[in-house]
Ligand binder design. Structure first.
Ligand SMILES: Cc1cc2nc3c(=O)[nH]c(=O)nc-3n(C[C@H](O)[C@H](O)[C@H](O)COP(=O)(O)O)c2cc1C
Length: 139
């Protein structure tokens, strides 16, 4: 199961690519996050959590959502973070969250995306987008 939160679409794009390659189901956390409700996931196995990096950490709202969820004990947890350049302390937060939920922490990976947050940062240069996007699409 791929559980994702995406503010502007980058993480959804990555979640879709993962779901297609792994032939796995996707779960969009946003509606439950908005309703401030956790979800009881009954089927164990492997969970992949996909989200953006906000200020060198996973988004607080996404971590809060995961804290309210229930997962079958002993399921594996992988975290995939999309970011502009670095994920900072995100792996520490992810590991802590997994352990709190009784999940087996299997690691955190980052995927550099074209910078698209126009309100606070400069848009990625055309050259960077040209390099990053085809790489993502070929995987
Ligand atoms: C409030 C905010 C904080 C961010 N902080 C970081 C950061 O610390 N490091 C980084 O590389 N990118 C940072 N970004 C960029 C996002 O992580 C990146 O654009 C991500 O792919 C967005 O994913 P989404 O489209 O799924 O929301 C930040 C974006 C926002 C809006």
């Amino acid at each position: 199961m791929i559980i994702y939160f995406s503010g502007t679409g980058n993480s959804r794009f990555v979640a879709e690519r993962l779901a297609a390659s792994l032939k796995d189901e996707m779960f969009n956390a946003a509606p439950a996050m908005r309703a401030k409700k956790g979800v009881h996931f009954k089927n164990g196995g492997t969970f992949i959590f996909v989200s953006p990096v906000y200020a060198a950490a996973p988004p607080l709202v996404f971590m809060d959502f995961l804290r309210h969820c229930r997962f079958p004990e002993g399921s594996r947890a992988y975290f995939v973070m999309t970011c502009a350049s670095g994920m900072g302390a995100a792996p520490d937060y992810c590991e802590k969250c997994a352990l709190e939920k009784g999940l087996i922490y299997c690691g955190t990976a980052k995927i550099d995306m074209p910078q698209n947050i126009l309100c606070i940062l400069k848009l990625a240069r055309r050259q960077t987008i040209g390099i990053r996007l085809p790489r993502l699409c070929l995987r």
